[in-house]
Design a protein around this ligand. Structure first.
Ligand code: GLC
Length: 671
């Protein structure tokens, strides 16, 4: 059951697709308090959700603010990351309910932080819709929520192949070299992502002709090898009187404006930039159709970045800071406090300043709306701009799109990646823990920067992260300029194992793609916490580092350096597959309960659930070469029992997802 309660004058976020009448009775489960709502938590209660946020799968014990933030340090003391995903699910004894706060500004959650037994939340202003979902267990409530918010974005099938990315491929030759090296080392690959270097002066929808003289040819040459180019598009439009995106936007009045009616300016990668008002349908249409410059070159996929929007500084604030520093220059001795607060704090405070976010406006139905009040809609609306335009630019075709910033609603137009993590073991665990939370919120096509984005990775971290990443829908190795090179061919000592793991991903694609399509078409989750399928098992509820993957698999990744095994909890008997490669593994049937399981650096642990089948193909060099007609079936069936698997097979590129003939039933009988 879904109930909607409406307070004040909610902003039309367009997060939901069902229109429900507002109820007038008391809100179930929650008690109103001074500024919002609260719920008393018993000792065993758990709270799930909030999508892209710090901390574990169970969010209890911390506080959070949904406030889309370019946060490059993903430590557990943070309160906000790049996405605003205001859906939570509370399980307390036999009580189980979901809640969705449909609000475009900041929402504050205290989930057992101030008091361990209290969950409370409030919105910045009292205008919002509150949805309460109840009457089923965790999976039923998540499914109901997904019905409310509409079908998740479905990428082309090739987007389930491996993507190699780096901030630092400066020229066409650099890109071709990546493709060459992958081939030479016999490593499968489907995508190479192009970071900001491909643009002319970091201006959207331009190509630097010196470095990339013929993008269409590059794209065609790579596509002939089964590799797609995936360029980045940033939110900030470079201010340049010779750039048509800039001049058109100014002429049409499509950029966000300050109170005096002039366009708001802040610096990002291209230097000073304007910001399109994506909340206006005509602006979305205009900006979205700009992608044509690249689709005309044969490009079929994009990533949208810096769209919180990230602001390095506004010229006014930078000027004030520099003036302040000039005043300090003459001082003989700068006191400690002055140094930290005025110099360091002043410089750091220039970035993503709340005062800047409160200094510009959107136009919504002819009304001015101050940006900070609808801040969380911005990045997702950029995704929407692209997604809506692709339906027109590439009718009937799927276009790959994933974004850094997002809100619930933008899951219908694109996927997400989890932003600028770093090369640390803690971030591998964070990746594992965030996956089920973002999926609950509709972001099925998602993944983190494998090996880690900032700081230097190590060969063992690269391999262990790959052993988890081979299961995530978006599987992309991406890193920051200046860090150690981390393309998968850069680690000779673990290369054979890396190759086996990438090949394992491709071999598992018949299963992974089918499970993704089930999740998208039937509103289920591809990744789930154990607690969702075993709600009556208290030990399953404690598990923070194993995930259920589709119907038949459980993953238990190793995420500790130098570990040669790990503790695994089995809520029921399962078949362990300890895989070194798709055709090289040990199997063992384990009883339910707690186990310590060995797992060498070159091995990955997968568990088959009883009564289930996993179809496995021969590995391929890319998704287009994958033969999913001749399959091996992995299964865990008691003697004499049969099982069926619903496999999804389609062309992987058109938007005709619904056809019945895409489903094929595989059967197996264990004699
Ligand atoms: C941002 C993105 C990162 C990208 C960089 C340069 O930090 O999150 O992925 O590489 O900008 O474009």
């Amino acid at each position: 059951m879904i109930q909607r309660f409406s307070f004040g004058h909610p902003f039309p976020t367009q997060s939901v697709v069902l229109s429900l009448p507002a109820e007038s009775g008391p809100v179930p489960f929650l008690t109103p308090d001074d500024s919002g709502w609260r719920f008393t938590l018993s000792e065993q209660a758990a709270v799930y959700g909030l999508g892209e946020m710090p901390r574990g799968i169970n969010k209890r014990g911390w506080h959070y603010i949904t406030n889309n933030t370019d946060e490059s340090r993903h430590s557990e003391d943070k309160l906000s990351f790049y996405g605003a995903h205001n859906f939570l699910l509370v399980r307390d004894g036999s009580t189980c309910f979901g809640l969705f706060v449909d609000f475009p500004g900041k929402v504050y959650y205290d989930i057992g932080y101030t008091r361990h037994d209290l969950f409370s939340f409030h919105t910045e202003t009292p205008d919002y819709d509150l949805y309460l979902l109840s009457g089923g267990n965790e999976n039923a409530i998540c499914k109901e929520f997904r019905t409310l918010i509409g079908r998740s974005y479905i990428p082309p099938k090739w987007a389930f192949g491996l993507a190699q990315s780096r901030w630092g491929y400066k020229t066409e030759e650099d890109v071709r070299e990546v493709a060459r090296q992958y081939k030479e080392h016999n490593l499968p690959l489907d995508m190479i992502c192009m970071d900001i270097e491909y643009m002319q002066d970091y201006a959207d929808f331009t190509v630097n002709k010196e470095r990339f003289p013929d993008l269409a040819k590059l794209s065609a040459d790579l596509k002939a090898q089964g590799i797609r180019l995936v360029p980045i598009i940033d939110a900030g439009v470079r201010i340049d009187p010779n750039d048509p995106t800039c001049t058109e936007g100014v002429e049409k009045g499509y950029f966000c404006k300050k109170a005096d009616g002039t366009p708001f300016v802040a610096a990002v990668w291209p230097g000073k930039a304007y910001f399109a008002d994506f909340l206006r349908p005509e602006v979305r249409e205009w900006f979205g159709h700009k992608y044509k410059a690249l689709t005309d070159c044969g490009i079929e996929g994009f990533w949208n970045d810096m769209n919180e929007p990230s602001l390095f500084y506004s010229p006014e604030r930078l000027r004030a800071f520099l003036n302040d520093m000039a005043a300090l220059r003459e001082k003989d001795n700068i006191e400690q406090e002055e140094f930290f607060l005025r110099v360091v704090g002043g410089a750091m405070g220039l970035m993503n300043s709340p005062a800047d976010y409160a200094s510009f406006y959107h136009e919504v139905d002819g009304q001015k709306v101050r940006h900070d009040q609808v801040h969380n809609l911005y990045g997702g609306s950029m995704t929407r701009a692209a997604g809506e335009a692709f339906a027109d630019l590439r009718p009937g075709q799927r276009t790959l799109l994933y974004s850094r910033s997002s809100f619930i609603g933008s899951h219908r137009y694109g996927g997400i990646w989890l932003g600028d993590n770093n090369s640390s073991w803690a971030q591998l665990l964070a990746n594992i823990q965030m996956m089920p939370s973002v999926q609950m919120c509709g972001f099925l096509y998602s993944g983190a920067d494998l090996c880690g984005f900032s700081s230097d990775t190590t060969p063992d971290l690269a391999l262990r992260w790959l052993e988890f990443g081979l299961l995530t829908p978006l599987m992309r190795n991406h890193s920051a300029v200046g860090t150690r090179m981390q393309e998968y061919y850069c680690f000779p000592e673990v290369l054979p194992a890396v190759r086996n793991m990438i090949r394992l991903r491709y071999a598992l694609l018949p299963y992974l793609y089918s499970e993704f399509m089930k999740a998208a078409l039937e509103n289920t989750s591809y990744f789930r916490p154990l607690a969702f399928d075993y709600p009556d098992d208290p030990d399953a509820r404690e598990v923070e580092d194993q995930l259920l993957l589709g119907e038949g698999l459980m993953a238990a990744p190793v995420y500790v350096q130098n570990a040669h095994g790990r503790h695994v909890y089995l809520p029921e008997p399962m078949k362990l597959l300890r895989l070194r490669a798709v055709d090289d593994y040990d199997e063992e049937i384990l009883p339910a309960g707690h186990h310590y399981i060995r797992c060498a650096l070159d091995e990955v642990l997968l568990f088959l659930r009883p009564g289930h089948i996993v179809p496995v193909a021969q590995p391929a060099n890319n998704t287009s070469e994958l033969d999913d007609a001749s399959l091996t079936l992995w299964s865990f069936l008691p003697d004499g029992e049969s099982a069926e698997y619903r496999m999804y097979r389609d062309d992987g590129v058109t938007t005709e997802y619904e056809k019945k003939e895409h489903w094929k039933t595989l059967q197996i009988h264990h004699s």
